[in-house]
Design a protein around this ligand. Sequence first.
Ligand code: NAP
Length: 280
Amino acid sequence: MKEPMILDGQEVSKSIKEQLALQVETLKEKGVTPCLATILVGEDPASATYVRMKGNACRRLGIESKKIELPIDTTTEQLLKTIRELNEDKAIHGILLQHPVPEQIDERAAFDEIAIEKDVDGVTTLGFAQNAFGFANYPSCTPAAIMAILDHYDLPIEGKHAVVVGRSPILGKPVSQMLLNRNATVTTCHSRTSNLSEHVKQADIVVAAVGKPEFIQGDWIKAGAVVLDAGYNKGNIGDCEYNGCAERASAITPVPGGVGPVTISMLLKHTVESAERSAQ
Ligand code: NAP
């Protein structure tokens, strides 16, 4: 069996960041420093790590990051007030509210309070709808990363049958819409799908967005399919059983080092683009 092409997220991310570094430099010459505000509510250690990683990635590229930490007993109204203040702050170009928030908070209301021009993580209802229509400025970052990987490696999308496993509002649904907008024929599967493996076996492009370690099995993969594993489970394990899937795939993302690094680059890209729009 031929070895699959490894879709290297670090390489894709590097080329995105090289371009972004030039854009940041140009903005700074105009006196504008892109700035991402991150909001962390509570003390979930995984969320704290994600926020820290995003902040560090910003700093490495010369993007400012403003970290807002709120206590675990924050109310919806208090969070909405914080978001409104950030919306009005002209020095802030992007707002990221780390998911999940404590359960007493209405997360949807909080996401939807983010001004569309600062919704660099693509979480608002309006941003989701714009993505479905195919004209979002800032689509959700992981779906955008998946599309960027396909494009970086010039993998054809039009006319292909894409099977997405997962239908979350930040990942499965928006990536299904993006693939559809690029003229793939899309099947979106979920926990109530019957005969899941039979659907995956039809796929030219498989997107795994399940949140279950090694869930997609090697013998579900059609020979020559392209496999994009967005899963990121405890122990750096993806949603695909890597070795089995790699035996049949023509191209595959590793975990770690696949979709993850490109997702962070998309967040940086959207923040820089928002700063550019504000400077116009
Ligand atoms: P989520 O909100 O938990 O959604 C999981 C989806 O998988 C749901 O739509 C669920 O179906 C479906 N599912 C669950 N069990 C299934 C089963 N047995 N058969 C078929 N479908 C099933 O998760 P998410 O936020 O989309 O994240 C998915 C994965 O991506 C996780 O591993 C997460 O860590 C990872 N992720 C990675 C990045 C990154 O930057 N790389 C970013 C975000 C997420 P129902 O809708 O029917 O419940």
